[in-house]
Design a protein around this ligand. Structure first.
Ligand SMILES: *Cc1c(COP(=O)(O)O)cnc(C)c1O
Length: 432
């Protein structure tokens, strides 16, 4: 048994898994960081995805067109800038499971969250409360609390946070449903992270949406950690709105343009508030510069400013890779890869003699690619030792190491190489 397991996690065996995989990683299409002369083991695609090699040419095309055309590039560039954002809708719609007129690339994530809250958080009478998950990403907490204060409310009363049960690390959808029912008359909005940034838990978005709608509340999701990680069907699930960033699993570069989904039920509605800008104005009449606002009849109505083309060029190149790879295929690969890492960590823990607590759900259907390991007994010294040995993972206070093997570019061999480092580091630290 022992020998067999060892073989399972050997670099040779991992290489054979990569070779025989029906969906081999497209590692050669990405730049792998080289630190101290060595290619790193990169498990941080959940924080900043690697640079696709196609990014440079995509960017250069726009730089060249800008040099050649100046302002005329708006209409004469190879990809006319005036409608540049339209290049992105197909890829985005594929990733979130939407119709093309339900998605738009714009702004940054927290900005989009605020803009969508303008439309979907309108506290009235008794209905003033927002329900979210406990320990949401800080930016989301700040956004929700400040929106509540903006409307004259009190976040300590109007923000309901649902956490894990005592002793547990993940949140039960059943508990979210129960809380939604308990607060049914006071609830304006349910706003949840689709995949939790800390634990890696994937929420049942369809189920949560159904529960929110049953009490007459809107339901939205922050997809920062879901986008490009798991397939979704936001349209069919009747999700009201969602937003995401593109520099994590979407590999579109630091601070890259974010995106938003607005269900077609709400697209074109005149009875919900929205902040308007000229890029949300009917495209056919936009340059008539009319004083009155006539909105687009698509998610682009929420667009305010003209498109950040240089940044979108990289985003477009990256989305093309996803359209080619297909998110469903990536998900199948992702489940194999993460299960391999999970089993490997448990194997090393048993071998070395330490307790490896993964705070991510064990059920592959309740997580994306990320695993979060509680560094019991080691603390940050383990993380520092891994970094020193060439593993790029990340540390989240108080004691969690997050690792995301990304199916587009991480290999089984990466995992096997990581397990050797993990064994060496934990062995050394245990001896001390
Ligand atoms: C990464 C992340 C953010 C970051 O917000 P920006 O506006 O892109 O800086 C916000 N929320 C969540 C849940 C995240 O994971």
């Amino acid at each position: 048994m022992e020998a067999n397991l060892k073989h399972t996690f050997s670099v040779e065996h991992a290489r054979s898994l990569d070779k025989s995989d029906p969906f081999p990683a497209r590692r050669a299409d990405f730049h792998l960081p080289i630190i101290n002369g060595k290619e790193v083991i990169y498990f941080t695609g959940n924080s900043l995805g690697l640079q696709p090699k196609s990014a440079e040419q995509a960017l250069k095309t726009e730089l060249d067109d800008w040099a050649q055309w100046g302002v005329e590039g708006h209409f004469h560039a190879k990809n006319p800038w005036v409608s540049y954002h339209e290049k992105l809708t197909k890829g985005l719609a594929h990733l979130v499971g939407a119709k093309e007129h339900e998605v738009v690339a714009m702004n940054a994530l927290t900005v989009n969250l605020h803009l969508l809250l303008v439309s979907f958080y309108a506290p009235k009478g008794q209905r003033t409360k927002i329900l979210c998950e406990a320990k949401a990403f800080p930016s989301d907490q700040y956004a929700l609390a400040s929106q509540i204060r903006f409307h004259g409310g009190d976040p300590t009363k109007d923000l309901i946070e649902i956490g894990p049960r005592p002793g547990a690390t993940c949140i039960e959808e059943e508990d979210i449903e129960r809380a939604i029912q308990e607060h049914s008359d006071e609830l304006a909005l349910v706003m949840i992270g689709g995949v939790h940034y800390f634990t890696g838990q994937l929420m049942d978005m369809e189920r949560i949406t159904r529960a929110a709608h049953a009490v007459g509340a809107y339901c939205g999701f922050d997809l920062a950690h879901a986008m490009g990680n798991v397939p979704m069907q936001l349209h069919d699930w009747n999700v009201d709105f969602a937003c995401w960033c593109s520099y994590k699993y979407l590999n579109s570069g630091p601070g890259a343009v974010a995106g938003a989904f607005i269900h077609e039920n709400h697209v074109g509605r005149e009875d919900i508030p929205r902040f308007d800008g000229w890029w949300g104005h009917d495209a056919k009449r936009r340059f008539l510069m009319e004083p009155e606002f006539n909105s687009m009849n698509t998610a682009e109505a929420w667009q305010m400013s003209n498109a950040p083309v240089l940044n979108m060029a990289v985003h477009a190149a990256s989305l093309d890779m996803f359209l080619d790879a297909r998110i469903d295929q990536l998900r199948l690969k992702s489940k194999r890869l993460t299960a391999y890492l999970e089993a490997g960590i448990q194997f090393v823990a048993k071998d070395v003699g330490f307790r490896a607590e993964l705070i991510t759900p064990q059920d592959p259907n309740r997580r994306g690619c990320q695993l979060s390991l509680a560094a019991h007994g080691f603390g940050k010294t383990l993380f520092d030792a891994l970094t020193e040995a060439g593993v790029i993972a990340d540390w989240r206070e108080p004691n969690v190491i997050r690792m995301a093997p990304v199916p587009l570019y991480n290999t089984f061999e990466d995992v096997a190489a990581f397990l050797i480092v993990l064994r060496n580091c934990t062995q050394a630290l245990t001896k001390k």
